[in-house]
Design a protein around this ligand. Structure first.
Ligand code: LLP
Length: 444
């Protein structure tokens, strides 16, 4: 469910025609719907309400400050994985105590900053990391709280690049090692090991892998309790799916109907539940608008060449991800049914939708039936709100695009398009500095 729809053949973001946005702000352009963000957050909160969870929005999915602020105002905490994300959360007015901080490679500076800010839970991914956190907390004469990320060895049935809950990935520690972990660090004076953290992958299109990993986590919690360790927090991670194709994903209530019964009695006994949704809130809340620069044929192929590609939306080339793409203005018989169009509709042309980047892997869709399009037309790439702008890059020295947030008929620009000056500012702002490098004995 989202608030992007065709009205009389014109795609609207809430009440605003997308072509009007493209004309007035320029393309490439990320367009977000405020109501969609809010609805998705509210539905999730409602579905899981019996567990009274802390919902930590996963900033990495769509990290614009205005989006963080919007969700923060609705009660969200944040799921962080870097000092940069903590900075964003703080600027957006989020209480760090309502934040969780994961990631296998936290630097000393990031850890110290997180402890000083009072981040709620450092989600620890290895023994070496825990020792470092404890050492840094003790050095600053502070205490902190951590959750151990366990790797339940459950297959989330998703792309191998975004599978995290299997033993052979770099994330968390397996259950066997988790037992030893608590023996070593379960009574640390500087870092209280208060919880377990799970995040098995993303997107996970069925509740079943969650059920299996939660069952394993609960078993471990019980076992640890008999050994004298109190686990008062269980962070379930994120990964709930989004609709890249029509009705591809279960809705929040479907996940909740399997997960809530497993945890309700535990919550009554004092277990705190945390969720870290990203994509399920942001993916369908954004579209990417691109202008068609050229249409060309080569061999048997027709290419629609747009003013943005893998630089602005990396997912198709990186994960072979499907994003529905359609012109923003079409005649009545070509209005698509949500995120699918029957490929046998008369008049469609099989095309590769590609970007301007000098790589053959720069594509947004391959062999995709599309209505014939002309130079200057605007295309919408749907379900682009998650891991779109947040993974965009400046390859080929292409400036990053603008972002707008639509609320009914009101449009707010929440990020300006970068200029060529922005591209080079860190190279030209200062005279090149010759660094004085002192040789140090040994490694740090
Ligand atoms: N929690 C942790 C610890 C995570 O690593 C992630 C995502 C999330 C929560 C949020 O997952 P979500 O609810 O958004 O699925 N770039 C990929 C996705 C990478 C996900 C990384 N971690 C993509 O475009 O599909």
């Amino acid at each position: 469910m989202d608030h992007f729809s065709y009205i009389e053949g014109r795609l609207h973001a809430e009440q605003v025609p997308c072509t009007t946005l493209a004309e007035s702000v320029g393309t490439p352009l990320y367009v977000y719907s405020r109501s969609t963000f809010c609805d998705h957050y509210d539905r999730l909160a409602e579905a899981f309400a019996p567990l009274d969870p802390l919902i930590c929005y996963s900033i990495k999915s769509c990290s614009n400050l205005s989006i963080c602020r919007l969700l923060g105002e609705r009660g969200a905490g944040m799921d962080l994985v870097s000092g940069g994300e903590l900075h964003r959360a703080e600027l957006a007015g989020i209480d760090p105590a309502r934040c969780v901080y994961a990631g296998v490679g936290k630097t000393d500076a990031e850890i110290i900053r997180a402890i000083k800010a009072g981040v709620g839970w450092l989600n620890v991914e290895s023994e070496a990391e825990f020792e470092n956190i404890s050492r840094l907390a003790s050095k600053s004469d502070m205490t902190c709280q951590a959750a151990l990320r366990i790797n339940p060895d459950v297959d989330p049935m998703t792309h191998r690049y975004t599978t995290t809950g299997k033993k052979e990935t770099k994330f968390g520690v397996d259950i066997q090692r988790a037992r030893a972990f608590f023996k070593s660090y379960g009574h640390d004076p500087h870092c209280r090991l208060a919880g377990l953290h799970l995040h098995i992958g993303s997107p996970v299109y069925s509740p079943e892998p969650y059920v299996r990993s939660i069952e394993k986590a609960l078993e471990l919690i019980d076992e640890l309790k008999t050994e004298g360790y109190t686990i008062d927090t269980l962070d379930l991670g994120g990964g709930f799916g989004a609709n890249y194709e029509t009705d591809q994903s279960p809705i929040a209530a479907d996940y909740a109907s399997h997960i809530v019964p497993l945890l309700e009695s535990r919550v009554t006994q004092g277990l705190k539940i945390i969720l870290e949704p990203g994509r399920s809130i942001s993916a369908n809340a954004g579209v990417l608008l691109l202008k068609v620069l050229y249409v060309k044929t080569s061999g048997d192929k027709t290419f629609v060449i747009c003013d943005g590609g893998m630089n602005i939306l990396l997912r198709p080339s990186h994960y072979d991800a499907f994003h529905f793409i359609w012109p923003c203005e079409v005649c009545a018989d070509q209005v698509p049914l949500r995120r699918e169009m029957k490929p046998d509709l008369p008049g469609l042309i099989v095309t590769d939708v590609v970007g301007p980047i000098c790589e053959t892997g720069d594509f947004l869709a391959l062999d995709r039936p599309l209505p014939p399009v002309k130079r200057g037309e605007v295309l919408a790439v749907f379900s682009a709100g998650a891991y779109g702008m947040s993974m965009a890059n400046r390859y080929n020295s292409m400036p990053l695009p603008a972002e707008v947030l639509v609320d009914g008929d009101r449009v707010t620009q929440i990020r300006g398009a970068e200029s060529y000056e922005d591209l080079v500012q860190h190279e030209l702002k200062h005279e090149p500095i010759v660094l004085k490098i002192e040789e140090k004995a040994g490694r740090p």
